[in-house]
Design a binder for this molecule. Structure first.
Ligand code: HEM
Ligand SMILES: *[C@@H]1O[C@H](CO)[C@@H](O)[C@H](O)[C@H]1NC(C)=O
Ligand SMILES: *[C@@H]1O[C@H](CO)[C@@H](O)[C@H](O)[C@H]1NC(C)=O
Ligand SMILES: *[C@@H]1O[C@H](CO)[C@@H](O)[C@H](O)[C@H]1NC(C)=O
Ligand SMILES: *[C@@H]1O[C@H](CO)[C@@H](O)[C@H](O)[C@H]1NC(C)=O
Ligand SMILES: *[C@@H]1O[C@H](CO)[C@@H](O)[C@H](O)[C@H]1NC(C)=O
Ligand SMILES: *[C@@H]1O[C@H](CO)[C@@H](O)[C@H](O)[C@H]1NC(C)=O
Ligand SMILES: *[C@@H]1O[C@H](CO)[C@@H](O)[C@H](O)[C@H]1NC(C)=O
Length: 330
């Protein structure tokens, strides 16, 4: 047997240090575009404002896009790439006929390109638009960390396996968050995003009749709400009717989502599971109670979790590219 040559040893040490270097240097910064595109925050804000004026729900849709981007190959704009069912994440189970707002992202990108061409990534635009959407819906604000670059591929299988579904168990959801470095606090605080926006019957109508073969509706769903939702979602419909995730204040980013959970009025099974059912764990129950009592604790935890989510595996330095058009690689 030959001794492993020194070159191999030194080379692998070198690669190890390079990887550490990249990890250490992958920090995003709030002033990333201060010199190269000082107007970017203003430009994005104006476009988000226009989009929301046109349709209030768009705030929710834009917030969700950032989440679905970050959970698949990190926050790299991969969700925005067009393609077919083997190349584009738009065809993955959690996105098809569901993820929306891509035209708004196109408009924002155009406005940003007009202001500073070839400088700002689509991944950063998603992060800024999500922040603005929360703020313009009455929620908290924060300084967005920037400097992400755009990925070169869509990961359909990654989207199919990495995006939580409403019928997943709490354990499955928690582990999907753990895979991307988020913990149980992040699961609960970020689920509070469901204080705005809508969901299709297809995402909750399994709760309305013969839930899990029980013969009746989900017993953790308020019976009045069951009747209302049964009327909205008859078995003859195509599942495309929509219900507000937070019926008390659909367009307002507040802590009512958590108050609903105390009253068995969570819309999705994955919402109510945080508080009711045998699945709920003490940590999630306590957080739901805390957030329902205090919107300021909810807001500050939500901001912390949004920043953590925005930091998931960004491409930085010379990795990836700055896409010219968010739908296609350069
Ligand atoms: C915890 C696991 C989660 C599950 C299982 C889940 C599931 C869903 C489902 C099924 C819908 C309805 C989609 C449709 O009917 O087309 C939805 C909507 C939404 N989700 Fe989540 N979600 C989760 C976490 C999150 C997170 C972390 C965020 C953001 C931080 C988020 C933000 C939203 C928003 C804002 C909407 C409304 C979108 C609109 O009206 O266009 N969700 N979610
Ligand atoms: C999807 O697009 C890729 C790249 O354009 C192509 O190679 C592949 O054949 C297409 N697949 C399907 C199922 O259309
Ligand atoms: C797609 O996502 C999966 C799950 O995160 C990951 O294991 C895989 O490496 C990704 N594929 C590519 C080509 O990035
Ligand atoms: C989750 O992480 C945050 C830090 O980002 C920490 O403050 C919090 O206590 C953690 N939650 C749990 C349940 O470990
Ligand atoms: C409910 O589902 C179970 C299991 O799928 C089935 O055996 C039962 O007949 C169903 N009950 C009703 C009332 O449809
Ligand atoms: C909703 O509508 C789309 C097209 O408009 C259709 O493809 C889909 O099957 C319908 N149902 C659901 C549950 O999305
Ligand atoms: C929320 O709205 C429901 C009816 O949609 C109502 O029964 C309930 O009292 C409201 N809760 C609060 C705290 O406003
Ligand atoms: C929330 O407030 C209620 C009363 O308003 C109180 O009974 C409960 O202990 C509080 N829960 C938490 C977790 O602070």
């Amino acid at each position: 047997m030959r001794k492993p040559c020194n070159f191999t040893l030194y080379y692998s040490l070198f690669v190890t240090f390079m990887i550490m270097f990249v990890v250490v240097n992958s920090q995003l910064t709030t002033d990333f575009y201060a010199k190269t595109c000082p107007s970017v925050l203003k430009v994005v804000r104006k476009e988000v404002q226009n989009a929301i004026k046109n349709e209030m729900r768009m705030a929710a849709s834009l917030l969700r896009l950032h989440f679905h981007d970050c959970f698949v190959n990190g926050c790299d704009g991969s969700l925005l790439l067009d393609g077919n069912s083997t190349t584009s994440e738009k065809f993955a189970a959690g996105n098809i006929n569901s993820a929306r707002g891509f035209e708004v992202i196109d408009n924002i990108k155009k406005a940003v390109e007009d202001a500073c061409s070839g400088v700002v990534s689509c991944a950063d635009i998603l992060a800024i638009a999500a922040r603005d959407s929360v703020l313009l819906s009455g929620g908290p604000t924060w300084k967005v960390r920037l400097g992400r670059r755009d990925g070169l591929i869509g990961n359909v299988s990654g989207a199919n396996s990495g995006l939580p579904a409403p019928f997943h168990s709490l354990n499955t959801i928690i582990s999907m968050f753990q895979v991307v470095g988020l913990n149980v606090t992040d699961v609960v605080s970020l689920s509070g995003a469901h204080t705005i926006g809508l969901a299709k019957c297809a995402t909750f109508d399994n709760r309305l009749t013969n839930f899990s073969g029980s013969g009746g509706p989900d017993t953790t769903l308020d019976t009045t709400l069951v009747t209302e939702l049964q009327n909205l979602c008859p078995s003859t419909s195509d599942g495309n009717n929509t219900a507000p995730l937070d019926r008390n204040s659909t367009d307002l980013f507040d802590n009512h989502y958590f108050k609903n959970l105390l009253n068995q009025r969570g819309l999705l099974e994955s919402d109510q599971i945080l508080y009711s059912s045998n699945d709920a764990i003490p940590t999630t129950k306590t957080l739901v109670e805390t957030y329902s009592n205090s919107s300021s604790v909810f807001f500050s935890d939500f901001v912390n979790s949004m920043i953590k989510m925005g930091n998931i595996s960004p491409l930085t330095g010379s990795n990836g590219e700055i896409r010219k058009n968010c739908r296609v690689i350069n």
